[in-house]
Design a protein around this ligand. Structure first.
Ligand code: N01
Length: 867
């Protein structure tokens, strides 16, 4: 039972919303012994399942999983009747939970919170309701759901219609009877797609107005899946644990089959299996790369389009129902029961608004650009102001009176999707920046509520009373959320995930797509690191361990995990020959990089014998001369060759539009310092002398390199300056080795765990140069004379032991009057920027590199060729 308020109108916590999250939050806060008041504008529990009563409303996560797991007895007492339960059954379930735990006594129904103000001197929230009550509380928790604020109809004349008007999101409790009526449905998202087949059963005429064709797969509803029931019977706890640590909140083994490389039969087999299973996470897991690779996505999308074409008899209607303007999954896919087949009924018609947009709603129907339609009823299935709508509408004002709406004017900003700076003790459940709508909501809700409850418990134990994220932690999380989205195809769609369905809403990727498991891990880490990134105050003292919980690019982190799982021996424990073999083996099967106009191999004379080279020419008119970039591969002067950096060279060529000449040089330990540097300089001299034959433009030559290759490139620039030629237009140094001093902080911070380790760097140096030679500018160009060197672009990666020497070289060049572009590869390691088509987040960095290369040669022609 709840603790009563010690002072009338004063509560420890106020919760808004009595749906899945509000009910569980109340339950947990009571367990902590706090006094709690819950408000809901509805007259019963249920949240989204209270309001969305349209015909056909069901969940789209199997109900065995769309259920609370906190109460094992409850799980035994409640049995779902179907694979996907109906709205009335889910509502009944929530009522059952509320009654079972006596939750209703702390809920004030039919009461909306109209404003919430943080009272700084009191360190309390002042809450007012539409019933004129004013309440004080220490903690204010919004459990208002992600899809609870209906989008107001943004259609001309919407208020004018004289017939019956329905909103799927606010369906009348007594239901609607469309028998004998001419009905219009506007919208073909989940709500439209679920309700249309049932409305068609009653209506005399049904006209569906579709703006965007949507992907939908058959739900194959029926009894709860036997395999899942069995798993639950055998080990409920293990099953729930697996759900909590899964990507989407439903146990599922993520596939590693790539759509682009799978055979046709594997593709078909995997797709058909997912189609038959009828589950969202299954169809989103046909291929590992369908969410990130357009070609792979299109394989799944085309197979769905085939299904639509075979279900719908009229070819023109079928084609209009085939989604073509967004990648599969980037708008929430739907589960349906007979949706596409509904269009075969003689009284059902599809109007494609892309061909004939709605001009206006009229008194008796809808007018499009081409036709006038008369209706008895219009159903709006037009969606929600998702994820932020309910939060900003609630008139929440934090410190200094700043409202949430003002703070989020350019898009939401949160720490972990749970809190936002400037709003102490204000929690959001499933807020923007949390997995929420991309996951099984119930699993995410339990995680959020548990985290908040544990946080409040910990604070109480420590005598702390207020909590608020720091600006640094919040900015870091916002960046991480966007980084996770940016490597996927999701931001390309005009979806409600992007806020694109609401006119004027800032275009920001709202949910966290890193996964329920990764998110849980991040939240747990924050808590276990003394609530990293939160400032807490109270009689127990003030404390703040500021920091960013995730700053590595998500795909870089995945690569590191993958490499760690391979359990490879550390390179520095191998012989040079074995290390070379290992490097070649790990490169097998990687994506080849972009197609180019021409790639040819050859040899050039070096100071001590021939040096192999590979020449990359971009596409476009052959024979047209272009600037020339001489490139040197990485590998610590010991490893690497023309093949090792082939995808990167292709990428540099494609992005810059220049001819790239990758030259191999003699390797250590067989041939030691300064052979590699001398070979590099000789190659640059030869390329300059033979520019025309190579397809270059005489006098337009740059050098480039990665890692040790950048070392010899930098040295070649110094040697060329000293020898008064050749003239070099620019030097591109990607994560360069420019000094032999291994004491800079980046060696300390990044010396272990990010592939290039301090130990490996030491091994490289030992193979390449005697200690006495390592201070020489030809080994450590940072120690040389830097005046008069060519303009430079230096890439420094956050998680690279060499980061600080790269930055130091940029600063030193600048000090010597050399124009420098320092490109910080945020969240990257020494190797990740070079992993073409593997580490997607490296692409923008390489796009910047391509631009820098073009800027070395300010000829309008090159700029034009690339654009
Ligand atoms: O809303 P939506 P929803 N003129 O935004 C169209 C969850 N949910 O209520 O795509 C003409 O998806 C709009 O067109 P467009 C689920 O997460 C779950 O259906 O913007 N058309 C679109 O077709 C879901 O994703 C279940 O071009 C207009 C439709 O209206 C989310 O809720 C069931 C328009 C809106 O689709 C929202 O679903 C239901 C205009 N002015 C919902 N404005 C389950 O199964 C909008 N549209 C658990």
């Amino acid at each position: 039972m709840n603790k009563p308020a010690s002072v009338p109108g004063h509560f420890d916590a106020v919760v808004v919303g009595a749906g899945f999250s509000g009910l569980y939050m109340l339950y947990r806060l009571r367990q902590l012994g706090l006094s709690v008041k819950v408000f809901d504008s509805a007259d019963d529990v249920g949240g989204t399942w209270y309001w969305n009563r349209y015909p056909g409303a069901r969940c789209d996560i199997p109900t065995t999983d769309y259920t609370y797991s906190f109460d094992p007895e409850l799980e035994k007492e409640w049995t779902w009747s179907e694979k996907y339960a109906t709205q009335p059954e889910i509502l009944e379930y929530l009522r059952f939970v509320a009654d079972r735990h006596g939750l209703r006594s702390d809920i004030e129904f039919s009461t909306a919170v109209t404003s919430a103000r943080w009272d700084e001197p009191e360190q309390r929230w002042r809450i007012t309701t539409d019933r004129g009550k004013e309440i004080r509380c220490r903690y204010y928790i919004m459990a208002t759901g992600c899809l609870s604020m209906p989008k107001s109809p943004d259609i001309e004349g919407a208020g004018r219609f004289a017939g019956q008007v329905y909103f799927t999101s606010r369906w009348p409790h007594e239901g609607a009877d469309f028998t004998g009526q001419r009905v219009a449905v506007i919208g073909t998202g989940s709500s439209g797609i679920q309700s249309i087949p049932l409305i068609a059963r009653q209506a005399r005429q049904l006209t569906v107005f579709q703006r965007t064709a949507n992907f939908s797969i058959p739900a194959h509803n029926g009894p709860a899946p036997a395999d899942r029931l069995e798993q639950l019977d055998v080990g409920r706890d293990a099953y729930r644990h697996a759900a909590r640590w899964s990507r989407g909140g439903v146990p599922l083994e993520p596939t590693d089959v790539l759509g682009v490389t799978a055979s046709e039969s594997v593709r078909r087999e995997r797709f058909e299996a997912a189609w038959e299973q009828g589950e969202l996470f299954g169809i989103l897991n046909v291929f590992a790369d369908q969410g990130v690779n357009p070609a792979s996505n299109d394989i799944v999308a085309e197979m769905i389009r085939e299904k639509i074409r075979s279900a719908v008899k009229d070819p023109e209607t079928a084609e209009a129902l085939c989604p073509k303007d967004h990648y599969f999954g980037t708008k929430r896919p739907c589960l349906d029961t007979g949706y596409f087949e509904t269009y075969n009924l003689p009284h059902v018609r599809l109007v494609d608004l892309r061909k004939q947009p709605i001009v206006s709603i009229t008194e008796d129907g809808i007018e499009t650009a081409d036709e006038s339609f008369g209706f008895d009823a219009i159903v709006y299935a037009t969606g929600f102001d998702a994820m932020t709508g309910a939060l900003v509408a609630a008139d929440v004002a934090g410190q200094d009176g700043l409202s949430l709406k003002e703070k989020w004017a350019a898009g939401p900003s949160t720490y972990l999707g749970l809190m936002t700076a400037g709003f102490p003790n204000f929690f959001m459940l499933t807020g923007p920046g949390s997995p929420s709508v991309l996951s099984n909501m119930t699993v995410s809700i339990e995680q959020h509520v548990d985290w908040v409850a544990r946080c409040l418990e910990d604070m109480c134990e420590e005598g702390l009373e207020t909590i608020e994220p720091t600006a640094l932690a919040e900015a870091g999380w916002d960046q991480h959320v966007q980084d996770c989205g940016a490597i996927t195809l999701y931001p390309t769609a005009n979806s409600w995930y992007m806020g694109a369905n609401v006119p004027g809403k800032p275009r920001v990727f709202l949910p966290y797509i890193g996964g329920v498991d990764a998110y849980r891990q991040a939240c747990d880490e924050v808590a276990s690191q003394d609530y990293l990134g939160f400032r807490m105050t109270g009689p127990g003292g003030d404390r703040c361990r500021d920091g960013v919980v995730r700053s590595m690019q998500p795909d870089v982190a995945m690569v590191l995990e993958f490499v760690a799982a391979l359990g490879l021996p550390p390179m520095e424990t191998l012989s040079a020959a074995d290390a070379r073999a290992l490097m070649a083996a790990t490169a097998e099967g990687r994506p080849p990089g972009p197609e180019l106009g021409e790639v040819t191999d050859g040899v050039i004379p070096g100071p001590a014998g021939d040096l192999p080279y590979r020449l990359y020419r971009p596409g476009g008119p052959s024979g047209r001369p272009r600037p020339l970039v001489v490139y040197f591969h990485g590998g610590g002067w010991v490893l690497g060759n023309l093949d090792s950096d082939d995808p990167l060279c292709r990428d540099l060529c494609a992005r810059s539009g220049a001819v790239v000449m990758s030259v191999n040089y003699r390797h250590a330990p067989e041939v030691r310092f300064p052979a590699a540097a001398l070979d590099a300089f000789a190659a640059v001299q030869w390329a300059d002398a033979n520019a025309t034959e190579l397809g270059g433009i005489p006098g337009q030559l740059a050098v480039a390199g990665w890692s040790a290759g950048a070392n010899v490139a930098a040295v070649a620039c110094q040697l060329a300056r000293d020898a008064a030629g050749p003239r070099i237009s620019g030097q591109l140094l990607i994560c360069p080795v420019v000094d032999s001093d291994m004491t800079r902080p980046s060696y300390e911070e990044n010396g272990d765990g990010y592939i290039l380790t301090t130990a490996l760097m030491r091994w490289f140096w030992d193979h390449y140069a005697d200690p006495a030679d390592r201070g020489e500018p030809r080994a450590a160009p940072l120690r040389g004379d830097l005046e008069g060197l060519p303009p430079a672009c230096i890439v420094a990666a956050d998680f690279d032991p060499l980061r600080d020497e790269g930055v130091a070289y940029a600063r030193a060049l600048e000090a010597a009057g050399v124009p420098v572009r320092l490109a910080r590869a945020r969240g990257h390691t020494h190797t990740s920027v070079t992993m073409v088509d593997v580490v997607i987040s490296g692409a923008p960095v390489r796009a910047g590199i391509g631009e820098a290369l073009r800027d070395f040669f300010p000829s309008a022609e090159l700029q034009e060729q690339v654009s």
